[in-house]
Ligand binder design. Sequence first.
Ligand code: ZN
Length: 291
Amino acid sequence: MRFFLLRLCAIFWAASCAIEAYADAPVVTPAPVRFILTFDDGPDGREKDNPTASILATLAENPTQKDIKAIFFVQTRSSEGGATACGQALLGREHAQGHVLALHDGSTLGHPNHCKLSDAVLEQSLNDGLADLMTIAGRPTTLLRPPYWAYNERTLATYARHGLAVLLTDISANDGKVWGYHGSPRRRSHMASEMAHVKERMQRSEIPGADGATPIVVTFHDTNDYTAEHMQEYLHMLVDEARRAGLTLAARPFYDDGATLERAALIRAHDVAHRADMVPAQWRWLYWLFG
Ligand SMILES: [Zn+2]
């Protein structure tokens, strides 16, 4: 009996020490959130009511934060965008306004899945796209996002040979054209659920910091009229839903200079251990189902 009581005391003593040690342990609070806004598939080539031009105007002037800088993952030779006179002018405007130009695709094939291109065609697409962007920006491009979020060892090795880091996303606005509709009636509840998922990953320390902030990547499509019409609402919604999720935001929640934005994007792109988590959920399911 005496032995049992001694053991019980020892257990209580050990437990109280553990509780004290836990109470003294530093609480790791993630750095405040900043949003890396990204836009895919552009620029749009329409002369009138151009959604890319509208989005550029909203980023510069809106009630949430003025002069926001974004990353545009562009298709430099698309017959409906980058290859048109209007598209070329918009690429120049994106660069001149301090946004970051990055590559989506440099071919004339529309929106090809790079995993299905031959080595030679993929190589040509990257060579052409990077040359196009060098002409506009006057410096090498550092970031790429593959169409359909599709990548494999072969395409990753090809991108790396061209000095390109692959940036996927934390939050997808689900506003892409590929689903055949332009509306997003559940945009608020969808954003709330994406933000909750981001919070879980931050709590598991899965999102690296950059320059004193936690950079969260958000994806839209600047070729989408609906996105352009709702851009102000989307900016407000991101801030609002982050606060509702209990996340701390930086004083300026959106990046406002291209160099800091690109540095943060590269840190996220080089975090290859979490790359697969940055494919939007519905695409992960599609690849799981159909390979
Ligand atoms: Zn795309």
